[in-house]
Structure formats: C-alpha cells, structure tokens
Design a protein around this ligand. Structure first.
Ligand SMILES: [Zn+2]
Length: 209
C-alpha cells in the first residue's frame, strides 16, 4: 500500500521522518520510505490524522475506541517522533473514559512495559486510577477480617499491576494530599493502639497507662 503524503507536512509533523528524508539513502531522498514493519492500520490512521488533524472516521465522525489500537497508535507516534499525534490520541483516550472509569489494568500493564517509556500516558493511567470509586483499593478487594486485628487485600484480577504504576499512584496521592495542605503528622491520625499486636487479650494494656 502506498501513501502519498506531502514532504513538508511529513517533516513538520515528525522529527523521525524529517531525519530520514534529509539523511537517508538516495531512494529515501527521492521521497520513498518503506516501512515493512509498521502496522498498516496505524499508518492509515497516521495518514488520516496528518490531513484532518483528527482520528475521527470520516464516515462516522467517531475516533477509534479499542484500547489496544489507541495504545498502539500512541506508541507508534512516540516511536516515529510525532508528538502532535500522541496528543490527539491521548485526548481521545481521556475523552472516552467514562466518569469514574480508569484505564484497564491490562492496558496499564502494556503502558508500563512499553519502550521508550510513554511518560505522559503513564501519568494519565495513574491519574485515571485515582478517579475510580473506592480509590486505590477498588481494583483490589479489601475486606475486613472480623476475627483478626487487620484486613487483607486480595487482588481482584489475576494480574499484578506493574510496581512502577503502583508507585506512581501512591506518589500522585501524596502530591494531592500535599496540595490540600495537610499539615498534620500522618502518624497522629492513628491511635497508638493501631500498631499494637493483641493476640490473646481483647483490650489494650499499654495505651491507658
Ligand atoms: Zn493496644
């Protein structure tokens, strides 16, 4: 499949294409770039975007909605040096998140395993996780253990979220708390007894002394 895209358009949209067109082989300088490993579907979206500044289907007026496709477009745009396509794609991703919906964990996993690291998409994934009702533990099942002195957290999915993702989520929570101006010592939010171990006795023997 051949795509005829104007050279100036290509060079202004993509640092990668600009480099290839100026420093490539004679054939490339003539204006022919072969991309045998790039997905045809993604190249079609790139071609659509470069002429319409949008990912909307000309017939339906709607952008693609499949998570994996949107992620693939975003990663391709990063790989090929097309930041404006990345921005359009991340806007589509953001717009299609329903209220209270986070980016699915399977997609989060792919985002965190992608190279080069899609930093902004990681941020969006971590923030989207924060808006899920129930907060941090919604994706997990947290339940009180009525007989013991604590609670257990069990994964609701079989997949463990990437460690860096959990770290980002925690950092964001912390930033949010700091922005709210929480000045008290978090340690003071807990009763001293919260950190005690009471295996046999019902009441605390040290707090009231
Ligand atoms: Zn105690």
């Amino acid at each position: 499949v051949d795509f005829g895209i104007h050279r100036n358009l290509l060079c202004s949209a993509s640092s990668w294409f600009k480099d290839v067109l100026t420093e490539g082989s004679a054939e490339v300088k003539e204006g022919v770039i072969c991309l045998p490993d790039d997905s045809l579907e993604i190249l079609e979206f790139f071609n659509l975007w470069i002429y319409t500044n949008s990912l909307n289907d000309p017939d339906t007026g709607k952008p693609p909605s499949a998570w994996t496709l949107l992620l693939d477009i975003y990663l391709w745009a990063g790989y090929r040096g097309v930041p404006r396509l990345q921005n359009v794609t991340i806007d589509v991703i953001q717009a299609q998140l329903a209220p209270g919906e986070g980016i699915p964990l399977l997609i989060v996993d792919r985002i965190y395993n992608a190279t080069p690291r899609p930093i902004k998409l990681r941020s969006l994934a971590a923030v989207s996780f924060l808006r899920v009702p129930g907060g941090f533990f919604n994706t997990f099942v947290a339940y009180g253990d009525q007989t013991g002195d604590g609670y257990k957290v069990t994964l609701a999915t079989e997949m463990l979220p990437p460690r860096e993702f959990l770290y980002d989520v925690i950092l964001l929570q912390k930033e949010k708390l700091d922005a709210l101006g929480a000045t008290s010592d978090p340690l003071l939010d807990f009763e001293r007894c919260y950190f005690h171990v009471h295996p046999d006795v019902e009441t605390c023997l040290t707090v009231d002394q």
